[in-house]
Design a binder for this molecule. Sequence first.
Ligand code: PRP
Length: 184
Amino acid sequence: MLESIIKRVLVSEEEIKSIVCRLGQEITRDYADKNLVIVSVLKGSVMFTVDLAKQINTVCEMEFVRTYSYGNGTESTGKVQMLVDFDRPDFAECDFLVIEDIVDSGNTLKYLVEHLLAKGAKSVKTCTLLDKPSRRKVDFNPDYVGTVIPDEFVFGYGLDLFEKYRDIPYVAVVSPEYLESRNL
Ligand code: PRP
């Protein structure tokens, strides 16, 4: 069943491990003297956040947010809503690093950076496993990028296909037959 949905594996388990290891080292180095607070954007970034956090070898805290901007379609509506937020008394002392699975239009991360800065964050940077710059709708570039990918419909390793398959351990491209069967 899964085989018929996959056109090809885009980022393998081994490649993900190597990316996570590299990013973990970069973040460890850059945040050694900072007050790192990781902000995981649910649901898509959960796998990446957990694996990356284990490779960050400096003291950090973790927070979670959940946003919504896609409605039922595949195009961002451009309007980001905060479904789950967090609060804390020490925003001015926190160096936030927002963790995403993918940057597409850029709306979500641009919104979250502005949101955290408006709350008084000391600093805000962003990290994404996948970057699709060809889809950008707003002027935004993540600070840490796992890998740049082409404009193809991908799923797995946190990214869903109609809410399923977030649990597969690699990132795959959806087959055209499956997309046609769903009228996409
Ligand atoms: C996806 C992804 C990012 C966002 C990126 O989340 O996880 O949060 O879209 O797209 P953008 O750059 O166009 O804003 P989605 O809203 O599908 O929710 P999910 O993580 O719960 O699947």
